[in-house]
Design a protein around this ligand. Sequence first.
Ligand code: NAD
Length: 255
Amino acid sequence: MKLEGKTIIVTGGTSGIGEACVRYFAGKCGARVVAASIQKEEGAALQAELGEDRVRFVFCDVSDESSVEAMIGESVQAFGKIDGVHCNAGVWGKGLVTDFTERDFERLMGVNVKGAFWTAKHAIPAMEKTGGGVFLITTSVAAQIGFPAHALYCASKAALEALVRCLATDHAGTIRSVGVSPGTIDTPMLAASCEGWDAPVEELYAQVEQKIPVRRLGQPLDIAKTAAFLLSDESEYINGTIVTLDGGTMALPPW
Ligand SMILES: NC(=O)c1ccc[n+]([C@@H]2O[C@H](COP(=O)([O-])OP(=O)(O)OC[C@H]3O[C@@H](n4cnc5c(N)ncnc54)[C@H](O)[C@@H]3O)[C@@H](O)[C@H]2O)c1
């Protein structure tokens, strides 16, 4: 029960990695969890299934500062304090730099980068008021490599890795700032990224699995287990570190 007595907010907590984190933190680690996202139906169902004394859904569009500020306020009101935030909400986008419009840029950077900024801006003072906490960001291996036709997504994730390091130095002493960097994880986002390819999703997944050293896709629970450790007191000396969970993909030689 690594997170017993703690309140954790998970943005993007109603699908994929975020949903697995909500279930794991509340179900196996003893935390009270706020699942924040734009998915009202999924959020209401998750809250009803896991019980509102354990899991609260709060609607929040992370790209909108006032929505983030309200979500942090509601979380404190619901559970009294915040001990950790898993800043995980994200959107994916494919294309060359020459394909993107300002609207595309605003949408992707708005959720992935501004979302993390607003969440940090409002969650950090709330955590500091009650003795501090942990700020965890879901980045991506896309921050480290130039995925073909993913300039905007890669740039957004690289910005998040810089943010992890800056928060780790600026707020050290009260806030630990850490990251998880997933490789290829079996979620609705991954399935959506396969649309438009000339093979069924299962076939594409099988091809990808052959390229991953451990020969399987990551599962959302793989990320949830590490996230729980990073949010817990067991990792109290880890600050400014981003943990890669990719089955060894980034360890492969680049040829
Ligand atoms: N699946 C992968 O292979 C993979 C790999 C690396 C990184 N990631 C990152 O992991 C995170 C979770 O992705 P996932 O694969 O679980 O995807 P997903 O699409 O299943 O979940 C994304 C979540 O973000 C929420 N969200 C989207 N826009 C939002 C907004 N404006 N405000 C609040 N919430 C919003 C969605 O409602 C959803 O709950 C993302 O940051 C993604 O970039 C995923």
